[in-house]
Design a protein around this ligand. Structure first.
Ligand code: ADP
Ligand code: 5GP
Length: 202
């Protein structure tokens, strides 16, 4: 069986990545999110092993040393990482994989995983980004300022991605994102040769 395609999505915090990814996972078949490990404490409503696997720094460091991450990075003062074992498991089950990771992590993957599809979500403006972060009410003012400062550097990284989506109107941005997944799946190089072989019989 062919390996699943990795769809890597990055965006500055507050751009709408989680909202768009949630919708994708609800509507697109054969697509699964790889749940990341993080040392960040859970936010209200976040469930262990669903939103993240919440781990202590000691366990996380141990996993780094054992080479258990496909990529990892320190983001906003906390560690985040993608488990290699989880990627292999999802792919083996016949799914494509959605990765919601930051620009540093995507940069690491780009070196080893050239067949992945890299998608960047941009906010319509920094002003709107600030507003969305404030309205979300999950971070205090100091954290929001830190995230906005970092957003400028992250946005500069968009040039290394295959696709850029501006999340102005949610519905329009979603349609664009879904179209990318559908079109990438139809690429000749991603077709399963076994399927074509079966199609030619009889
Ligand atoms: P991220 O995962 O990139 O940090 P979220 O998906 O949590 O961002 O979105 C940040 C906030 O902005 C949320 O409150 C979300 O409901 C809102 N939001 C997302 N996309 C849009 C949009 N296109 N228009 C208006 N609000 C949006
Ligand atoms: P949050 O704490 O808001 O959920 O996520 C903060 C940032 O960490 C987001 O940009 C998110 O994409 C990124 N992130 C989440 N999981 C991973 C991961 O496994 N690896 C990397 N490099 N970044 C991640």
């Amino acid at each position: 069986m062919k390996e699943g395609t990795l769809f890597v999505i990055s965006a500055p915090s507050g751009a709408g990545k989680s909202t768009l990814c949630r919708e994708l996972l609800r509507k697109v078949s054969r697509l699964k999110l790889s749940v990341s490990y993080t040392t960040r404490p859970p936010r209200k409503g976040e469930v262990n092993d669903v939103h993240y696997t919440f781990a202590g720094e000691k366990k996380f460091m141990n996993m780094i040393h054992k080479g258990e991450f496909a990529e990892w990075a320190k983001v906003h003062g906390n560690f985040y990482g993608t488990s290699l074992r989880r990627l292999k498991k999802i792919s083996k089950e016949g799914y494509d994989i959605l990765l919601d990771i930051d620009v540093q992590g995507a940069g690491q993957l780009r070196k080893t995983c050239r067949s992945a599809v890299y998608i960047f979500i941009l906010p319509p403006s920094l002003k709107i980004l600030k507003q969305r972060l404030a309205d979300r009410k999950t971070e205090d003012e100091e954290t929001i300022s830190m995230r906005l400062e970092r957003a400028k550097d992250e946005i500069a990284g968009h040039k290394d991605y295959d696709y850029v989506i501006i999340n102005d109107k949610l519905e329009r941005a979603y349609r664009e994102l879904e179209s990318i997944i559908i079109a990438e799946r139809a690429r000749t190089k991603r077709l399963d040769p076994e399927r074509i072989k079966g199609l030619m019989q009889k």
